[in-house]
Design a protein around this ligand. Structure first.
Ligand SMILES: Nc1ncnc2c1ncn2[C@@H]1O[C@H](COP(=O)(O)OP(=O)(O)O)[C@@H](O)[C@H]1O
Ligand SMILES: [Mg+2]
Length: 287
């Protein structure tokens, strides 16, 4: 599994590779937890390429509800339909028939969960339920239900069921604990920041234009930043952005001036930048 992931430019540790393998084999949802930028969302994208199957993404946010996740009725089109029927005089006074017409497939808007359930294809789709920790308890309870039987009842239409369960990937940035019940339904894996060697390899893989010396220096500097108790420690995403910025400036190796000039690629909070500027630019530049 590790090899296949690498072919798609993703470097997973053995633990993660095994978790992904098992999730596919046992057809269980995979719950990935970890700080921002450690590569959680990317797992779903990589699997979609690897298994040559569509990625259906449900981005969670505060206040997300079932309508936004499963289906909605297209009010604007329904209204237009009524107006047109009235204008053409085709209602014939038969209100109830007109109303029936309004709740048919034609006016149904599929949201990601329904799309995943109704997907028909050679392979089940990848269903990415991203940043579950942002949704509220009620929505979590609803997800639990969906993940148990992948069926949805639309009162006006009936019950639809997935032919085969989608490959579900749930992620959480751990801004709060997600309920045990939901985790119990899934295989759980915590993605940590990579160690130095793996991060160097990730940068080599993703930013092949970077000089080897620069790559190492950046990876080391990022590791140091992570140990500095910052408000927002950099993830792999920031390491890659930073390296790309340095390469764009033609840098062959890191120095204090370059760090200062490109700091916005790796630290996104003013306080964190101030702190690093005060303490340890020279420390970071050291190879
Ligand atoms: N192990 C890895 N191998 C290759 N690229 C990685 C890895 N981990 C993270 N990345 C890259 O870092 C960036 C951020 O990853 P992402 O999945 O968005 O993080 P998260 O969802 O955990 O916040 C992406 O561009 C991704 O390609
Ligand atoms: Mg993400």
């Amino acid at each position: 599994m590790g090899e296949k992931l690498r072919e798609e430019s993703y470097l997973a540790g053995e633990g993660l590779a095994t978790a992904i393998f098992l999730a596919l084999k046992l057809q269980k949802p995979l719950f990935l937890e970890g700080e921002a930028g450690v590569g959680k969302t990317e797992v779903a994208k990589v699997l979609s390429r690897m298994l040559e199957t569509p990625l259906i993404r449900l981005q969670c946010y505060e206040g997300i509800d079932v309508n936004q996740a499963v289906y909605e009725w297209d009010y604007a089109r329904q209204l237009l339909h009524i107006r047109t029927a009235e204008a053409l005089g085709t209602t014939g006074g038969d209100r109830s028939r007109l109303e029936d017409e309004l709740y048919t497939r034609q006016f149904l808007v599929q949201r990601p969960l329904l799309q995943a359930i109704e997907h028909r294809g050679e392979n089940p789709p990848i269903l990415l339920i991203d940043e579950v920790d942002r949704a509220d308890d009620e929505f979590e309870a609803f997800l639990l239900e969906i993940l148990s039987d992948y069926s949805v009842t639309i009162p006006e239409i009936g019950t639809v069921r997935a032919e085969r369960p989608p490959v579900a990937i749930l992620t959480s940035n751990r801004t709060r604990e997600v309920h045990d019940a939901l985790k119990r339904r899934c295989l759980y894996f915590f993605i940590d920041h990579p160690d130095l060697e793996r991060e160097v390899e990730i940068v080599r893989l993703r930013v092949p234009d970077a000089e080897e010396r620069l790559t190492r220096q950046v990876a080391k500097a990022v590791q140091r930043l992570r140990s500095m108790d910052l408000y927002k420690p950099p993830g792999v995403a920031e390491t890659l952005d930073w390296t790309e910025a340095l390469v764009a400036l033609g840098a062959k190796e890191l120095n204090e001036d370059l760090i200062e000039a490109t700091m916005g690629s790796v630290l996104k909070y003013h306080e964190d930048q101030q702190r690093v500027l005060l303490q340890s630019l020279s420390l970071l530049a050291g190879s």
